[in-house]
Design a protein around this ligand. Structure first.
Ligand code: NDP
Length: 477
C-alpha cells in the first residue's frame, strides 16, 4: 500500500505510516499516511521561515496563477476527491462532492483576491506629509484543522494564507489525512516554491503541540473543539502571536406558530441530521412554540423515518456513519444522558448494523427537553437534536440566546416582524431565516460569538484581517 508522506521544505518525507480507515466499512483501509515527529514540525517551521521573505514579496500574478491552477485541478477531480472524502470522513457522496466543489471555489476566490490587494492613501494632519496604509503578510502561519470538513476547512485557511503572502505549516486532523494530502500535493505541483507550504500529519498531542510550542509561528488559525482551542489561545498568548479560533456550537432553530411547516421541517432535518450532525453549525436545539409544536414533531418524525442511514458511497444514503468509534460512544452517551435527564425519546436512539461493519447511528430526536439539560447545553456533534417547547416568540428568543455558544441561529416564520427582530437580537455570528443553520456561502464572513469563536472572521474578504498585518507609513513630501 502506498505511503503518503509529509511535505517538508519541498520534499516528500516520512517512513512510518498509520492506516486511514473508512467509517462506513472498517475493514477497508484507504491508505497509509506518515506521521510527523516534533522534530519534523520544527524542521517544517524553519523551512517556512526561510521561504517567507521571498514568498511575501512574490508577484501577485504568481500567487494568482498557483491558486487558480489549484482550483482548476480540484474542480476537474471533484468526483474522485469527493469519493476520497466520503470514504475517510463518512459524509454522503453528494455532500462530499459538494464540499470538494466548495474548496475549488475558495481557491478560485482567493486567486482573484491576490489581484485585488489594496491599501489606502491619506493626507497627514500635518502639512506636506502623506500617509500610506498597507496590508502585509504576517509570517509563518500554523493551520490546525478538524475532521468534519476535511477539504473545505483546510482550503479556507490555506488559500487566504498563501494569497496574502504568508508561508504555512499545516496539520490536518489525524482521522482525515487523505484530502489534506491531496490538496497539498495539488498546490505543490501547481508551482509553490519549496518551504512555502508544509504538511505535517499526525497526532494533535505531538504534531499540534509542537506547533503551539514554537516561538517561530507568527499566527495560528484553529478549528476544532473548545478544549483544544483554549490550549491554542494560552500558548499563543505565551508566544505573543496572533490566533484565530473556530470552535463548537449549540445552535438554536426557532419554529414559530406562523411558520411554513414544510420549510421548518426541511430546515430542521437538514441542519440537525445531515452530515451525520457533525457540523459546528448543526441545529441541535429546536425551539418550538406551543401552537405548532405537536404538528412539527409529528412531521419531523415522519421525515426522519424516510432518511436512509447507510454506507456513505451508496446511492440513496441520506446519512452516513459517525466518523469513528470514539465519536459514536460520545453520541450514545449523550442519548443515555438525555433519557436520564427526563427528555422523551421521540425517534431513533440506537446504533444499527449494515452490510459492512461501520459506526451507524439512527437520527435521534428528543422532545420535552428543557434548555437546562446537558443535552441542550453541551455540544454532542452527532445526529441528535432536542425539541424545547416554548410559549411565544419572546420566550423562544430568550432560550435561543441562553447558551454558552453563539455560532449560528435560525428561525422559521412567515412574520417579517419576528424575522427582523430575530436578525437584530440573536446573539449568534450567523443568522438564518427559513433556512437551515448549516450551509454557508464561501464569499462572506464565517464565524461566531461567545465560546464559539475568537478573533476575526474567516472567509471572503474578511479573511484579510487575520492573514495580514497593517502598516502605516508617513512620507515627507
Ligand atoms: P479537536 O479539538 O480534538 O481537534 C481539532 C484539531 O486540533 C485536530 O487537528 C487535532 O489533532 C488538533 N489537536 C488536538 N490536540 C491538540 C493539541 N494539544 N495541540 C494542538 N493541536 C491539537 O476537535 P475535533 O477534530 O475532534 O473536531 C470536533 C470539534 O471541533 C467539535 O467540538 C466541533 O464543534 C468543533 N468544530 C468547530 C467548527 C467551527 O467552525 N466552529 C468546525 C468544525 C469543528 P488530532 O486530530 O490529531 O487529534
Amino acid at each position: 500500500m502506498t505511503l503518503h508522506q509529509n511535505l517538508i521544505a519541498g520534499e516528500w518525507v516520512g517512513s512510518n505510516g498509520v492506516e486511514n480507515i473508512n467509517p462506513s466499512n472498517t475493514n477497508e483501509v484507504i491508505g497509509l499516511y506518515a506521521t510527523a515527529s516534533a522534530d519534523d514540525v520544527r524542521t517544517a517551521i524553519a523551512a517556512a521561515k526561510q521561504a517567507f521573505p521571498a514568498w511575501s514579496r512574490s508577484g501577485i500574478l504568481e500567487r494568482h496563477a498557483i491558486l487558480k491552477k489549484t482550483s482548476d485541478e480540484i474542480m476537474a477531480r471533484k468526483e474522485e476527491l469527493g469519493r476520497l472524502l466520503a470514504r475517510e470522513e463518512g459524509k454522503t457522496l453528494p455532500e462530499a462532492i459538494g464540499e470538494t466543489i466548495r474548496a475549488g471555489q475558495i481557491f478560485d476566490f482567493f486567486a482573484g483576491e491576490a489581484l485585488r490587494l489594496a491599501g489606502e492613501v491619506l493626507p497627514s494632519v500635518r502639512p506636506n506629509i502623506g500617509v500610506e496604509i498597507t496590508r502585509e503578510a504576517v509570517g509563518v502561519v500554523g493551520i490546525i484543522t478538524p475532521w468534519n470538513f476535511p477539504i473545505a476547512i483546510p482550503a479556507w485557511k490555506i488559500a487566504p494564507a498563501l494569497c496574502y503572502g504568508n508561508t504555512v505549516v499545516f496539520k490536518p486532523a489525524e482521522l482525515v489525512p487523505g484530502c489534506a494530502h491531496a490538496i497539498v500535493d495539488i498546490l505543490h505541483r501547481a508551482g509553490l516554491p519549496k518551504g512555502v507550504l508544509n504538511l505535517v500529519m499526525g497526532k494533535g498531542s505531538v504534531v499540534g503541540q509542537a506547533m503551539l510550542d514554537s516561538a517561530d509561528l507568527a499566527a495560528i488559525t484553529f478549528t476544532g473543539s473548545t478544549g483544544t482551542g483554549k490550549r491554542v489561545a494560552a500558548a499563543s498568548i505565551e508566544h505573543n502571536r496572533k490566533f484565530q479560533l473556530e470552535m463548537g456550537g449549540k445552535n438554536p432553530m426557532i419554529v414559530l406558530d406562523d411558520a411554513d411547516l414544510t420549510v421548518a421541517v426541511e430546515a430542521a432535518a437538514n441542519s440537525g441530521f445531515f452530515s451525520t450532525g457533525q457540523r459546528c453549525t448543526a441545529s441541535s436545539r429546536l425551539i418550538v412554540t406551543e401552537g405548532i409544536h405537536d404538528k412539527f414533531v409529528a412531521a419531523l418524525t415522519e421525515k426522519l423515518k424516510t432518511l436512509v442511514v447507510d454506507d456513505a458511497l451508496k446511492a440513496g444514503t441520506h446519512i452516513g456513519p459517525v466518523v469513528d468509534e470514539r465519536q459514536l460512544a460520545t453520541d450514545t452517551d449523550y442519548i443515555d444522558i438525555g433519557k436520564k435527564e427526563g427528555a422523551k425519546l421521540a425517534f431513533g436512539g440506537d446504533t444499527i448494523t449494515r452490510e459492512n461493519p461501520g459506526f451507524y447511528l439512527q437520527p435521534t430526536l428528543f422532545t420535552e427537553a428543557t434548555n437546562q439539560m446537558r443535552i441542550s447545553r453541551e455540544e454532542i456533534f452527532g445526529p441528535v437534536a432536542s425539541v424545547i417547547r416554548v410559549k411565544d416568540y419572546e420566550e423562544a428568543l430568550a432560550v435561543a440566546n441562553d447558551t454558552p455558544f453563539g455560532l449560528s441561529a435560525g428561525i422559521a416564520t412567515t412574520s417579517l416582524k419576528h424575522a427582523t427582530h430575530f436578525k437584530r437580537n440573536s446573539e449568534a455570528g450567523m443568522v438564518m431565516v427559513n433556512l437551515p443553520t448549516a450551509g454557508v456561502d464561501f464569499h462572506v464572513p464565517f464565524g461566531g460569538r461567545k465560546a464559539s469563536s475568537f478573533g476575526s472572521r474567516e472567509q471572503g474578504k474578511y479573511a484579510a484581517e487575520f492573514f495580514t498585518t497593517v502598516k502605516t507609513a508617513y512620507t515627507l513630501a
